[in-house]
Write a protein that binds this ligand. Structure first.
Ligand SMILES: [Zn+2]
Ligand SMILES: [Zn+2]
Length: 395
């Protein structure tokens, strides 16, 4: 295992035990975060994700065999929590709201959650083997994402997880709650040297309203089923444009798991669930519980002033809908990372969409920090040392 260590650093503490961090993965790649934090005999693994390019299996199998006092994950994205189902020999910590989403995703895929998962809450410090851990709720394209502060032996390490300051959350709350000085800041760098964040989530909502008001035809929105912030932006834009919103059964279940004021068909009268393909087995029971739902015939014979959340697997359903109704000048808003267009599935989907005469408009903003966001975080926490992870650009 130690052969894989990419960087090691020891903080000279005043206490007898040393407080150390090791970046196991993520220094040169997006989507491969793994950090080990140790204090005396206590070993904590921070994040337990799958490599997004699928090339990390050997390393991941080895890490699953290693013994840790606990695993702490910052949020539920695949590259941070994709392996938590398989780590059964120690407690695995995740945010309370994030757990509800992970559970809903697992149940949808017919899997039960393991019993060693423990949840944490914003601002509530917990301790593992002498290391104090405080989670700070932050904005990201995953619901209930956290920055994590680790403190031991009078030293501190803040790990930013994935974050951004141009989302829907009030950043001032987070900036006021964060420590005003730390020894080490380990921060994400997804957008460093790559993407300037030119649009806030609120601005995206306003642009969506403009698009939706400009037509009386259906507007399809391609977005991630687990990007709850984007779901809120699209639902709000839809409502402001006098439209109803159709949400597929998977997104409906995720939104219901998020709960609270998140738009979802079990509570909101103008959010209606649909099934893009026949549902069977356990999924059928889960979908049965959603009260507000409509079949293809009902959608095709109803108002054309609707918004429908779709994903790249739903082309056949959209084709069937177009065969059942006379839709002209429909629009698809492409609201995910543009890099997905290079994948075979997305390319086929977009070609199919164009063949139906649907106009495609790109409208997306990153779920990750832009360079100004990272600077603001640095200025806030005044670290003695900065380490950039989750990046392809070292700084
Ligand atoms: Zn990530
Ligand atoms: Zn993420």
């Amino acid at each position: 295992m130690k052969d894989e260590v990419m960087n090691m650093h020891e903080i000279d503490g005043l206490s007898e035990k040393s407080f150390e961090y090791i970046i196991l993965r993520g220094k040169e790649k997006i989507g491969e975060n793994l950090i080990e934090i140790t204090y005396g005999d206590t070993r904590i693994l921070v994040e337990l994700g799958k490599a997004l390019d699928g090339n990390g299996e050997k390393f991941e199998q080895e890490i699953l065999k290693e013994h840790y006092s606990a695993v702490i994950v910052s949020h539920y994205h695949e590259d941070h929590a994709g392996l938590i189902q398989y780590k059964r020999d120690c407690p695995v910590y995740i945010g309370n709201g994030a757990y509800r989403i992970v559970k809903a995703m697992s149940e949808y895929h017919g899997k039960k959650m393991p019993e060693n998962i423990v949840t944490y809450r914003n601002g509530r410090t917990f301790e593992i083997g002498g290391i104090k851990i405080t989670p700070f709720l932050c904005d990201h394209s995953a619901f209930d994402s956290y920055m994590l502060l680790f403190e031991a032996g009078e030293k501190s390490i803040l790990y930013s997880g994935d974050f951004r300051f141009h989302g829907r959350k009030d950043n001032n709350k987070l900036l006021a709650a964060l420590p005003k000085s730390v020894d080490v800041l380990i921060h994400e760098g997804t957008n460093i040297g790559k993407v300037a964040c030119t649009m806030t989530e609120a601005e995206l909502e306003n642009k969506t309203v403009e698009i939706m008001k400009s037509t009386g035809a259906p507007v399809f929105v391609l977005q991630s089923g687990t990007n709850i912030d984007r779901l809120v932006s699209i639902y709000r834009a839809s409502k402001r444009s006098g439209r109803i919103t159709y949400m597929d059964n998977y997104t409906s279940l995720i939104a219901s798991a998020a709960g609270g004021r998140i738009p979802r068909p079990d509570v909101f009268h103008d959010a209606i669930a649909f099934t893009p393909r026949a549902v069977r087995g356990e999924r059928k029971n889960m979908f049965f519980e959603i009260q507000n739902k409509r079949g293809l015939k009902g959608i095709a014979s109803g108002t054309q002033r609707f918004t429908m959340l779709v994903r790249s697997t739903m082309l056949n359903y959209i084709k069937k809908l177009f065969a059942a109704a006379d839709y002209k000048e429909a629009t698809l808003i492409y609201s995910v990372w543009k890099g997905y267009k290079e994948t075979e599935q997305m390319s086929e989907f977009l070609t199919g969409i164009k063949s139906l005469g649907i106009n495609i408009i790109d409208l997306h903003t990153s779920g990750h920090a832009c360079e100004e966001d990272i600077e603001l975080l640095k200025q806030t926490v005044n670290a003695k040392e900065y380490v950039c992870v989750h990046t392809e650009n070292t700084i």
